[in-house]
Design a protein around this ligand. Structure first.
Ligand code: PLP
Length: 247
């Protein structure tokens, strides 16, 4: 029997179910992929705001990852909220022992409601994690913080900021255009030595929480099935667009 591939999700819980690990697991299930989890933080949230965050001890996060990796055939890893610099360091140690597994990192910094989901002192160490990732998926505000420059207002400046993340060691950066304007929502894939590749879908006048979690999990799911990166992104983008249309 060919077992279903597993994706290991390293992320925070959101009691409202609007984002975080609930969204990740729903997405993986929709793609027919099994989920294993390493919870990084327990958050108390409604759809209006984040009321409390308890970060899980970094060692415990690493233990969850190692247990999941030994229990199941993990074919891809999706990383979301990491909460603290110490947790990033613990996650990096585990990833170093599993260099062959594709890793999709959604660099979660701040909730839509404005609450920090990563300690302010942890941005530099988050950039250090990029070298261990197959793909990093910032939105425009996250890209601006990570590139230490103002929020991009054009695709050319977003591409330049993304290239600065490649210099930090990221193999590929997918800049999400959901926070931009224009009739299409265009995500831009930037890779070293390759032409920039746009992924467009009609912009819908709806908002939904957790779309960043869904996109990164959907990409990880398709990578777990062995899709090349661009094909995985195209499928994931179509999936999120379909979910937005349903709202
Ligand atoms: N809570 C958790 C645990 C998350 O992982 C994220 C985003 O990844 C959020 C909240 C923020 O979601 P939103 O910006 O949609 O509120």
């Amino acid at each position: 029997m060919n077992p279903k591939p597993h994706v290991l999700v390293v992320a925070g819980s959101d009691s409202s179910g609007g984002a975080g690990i609930v969204r990740d697991i729903e997405t993986l299930a929709a793609f027919g992929v099994k989920a294993s989890v390493a919870i990084t933080a327990v958050t108390v949230q409604t759809h209006k705001g984040v009321e409390h965050i308890d970060a899980v001890a970094p060692d415990r996060v690493a233990q969850q990852m190692r247990a999941a990796l030994s229990a199941n055939p993990i074919a891809a890893i999706k990383i979301g909220m990491l909460a603290t610099a110490e947790t990033i360091a613990a996650v990096a140690q585990v990833l170093a022992d599993h260099p062959g597994i594709p890793v999709v990192l959604d660099p979660v910094l701040v909730s839509t409601s404005g609450r920090a989901l990563l300690s302010l002192n942890a941005t530099d160490i988050l950039r250090d994690l990029f070298r261990m990732c197959t793909l990093v998926t910032p939105n425009l505000p996250e890209l601006s913080v990570l590139a230490a420059s103002p929020v991009s207002t054009s695709s050319a400046s977003a591409a330049d900021q993304a290239r600065s993340l490649l210099q930090s060691g990221a193999k590929a950066v997918l800049v999400k255009g959901g926070h931009a304007d224009g009739v299409d929502a265009i995500d831009l894939l930037i890779q070293q030595g390759q032409a920039d590749q746009p992924f467009a879908s009609p912009r819908l006048s709806v908002t939904m929480r957790g779309t960043g979690c869904m996109l990164a999990s959907a990409i990880a799911a398709r990578l777990a099935f062995g899709d090349p990166l661009a094909a995985a992104i195209a499928q994931a983008k179509a999936f999120v667009h379909g979910k937005l249309r349903e709202t």
